[in-house]
Design a protein around this ligand. Sequence first.
Ligand SMILES: *Cc1c(COP(=O)(O)O)cnc(C)c1O
Length: 231
Amino acid sequence: MISENMKNIEKNIAAAAVKAGRAPEEVQLISVSKTMPVELLREAYEAGARDFGENKVQELCDKYEQLPEDIRWHMIGHLQTNKVKYIIGKTALIHSVDSLHLAEEIEKEAVKHHCEADILLEVNIAGEESKYGLKPEDVSAEAEKISRLPHVHIRGLMTVAPAAEDPENSRVFFRRLKQLSVDIAAKNIDNVSMNVLSMGMSGDYETAVEEGASYVRVGTGIFGHRSYPAK
Ligand SMILES: *Cc1c(COP(=O)(O)O)cnc(C)c1O
């Protein structure tokens, strides 16, 4: 079931990439495993998944302890500064950095743990009240400030598009995020690269791939519906 879902999604990703004139290898599927029991993650792992996305620090740490070391863990949920110390050194990428303050905490903990941290800046691309993330117009200035933290490396941008029935409704937001990343890349800020775009979920990942996603974050499409809503 999980392996079949993954195969289908990989196939769809490849088709969307080719349609947009991109190489399928440019896109990495993240299996969003929040709320799912470790056995299901293991099943996905057996089927070839190595990139897992979690949105809660405690849950990420618990699963990190129980699963193979070659998994790349992605922190995709809102991160409180007081919890950075628990995940530092465990994540391949923190997708949800939305303030200098949080980045400074990551810097502090990275120094303490003798490691470095790759991050994405989360952008509230549609300006929704209910969403975390930087305002699009603030991203560039924030990136410049964060770039001065030597152990924190901005690799790109992440967004959660507004919930929509029709994936076509997400396209304009994905396009905006892509354009924002192009604009910031053109500034050639030291210690900032814009090679990564994390966008697209179960309902709209193909559209995201067409618009330049390098990571798509798919939960429901792989594991089925979550039994309780995860923020
Ligand atoms: C839960 C979540 C996803 C996956 O959502 P699905 O619709 O289940 O694919 C992706 N990104 C973030 C930030 C999430 O919190």
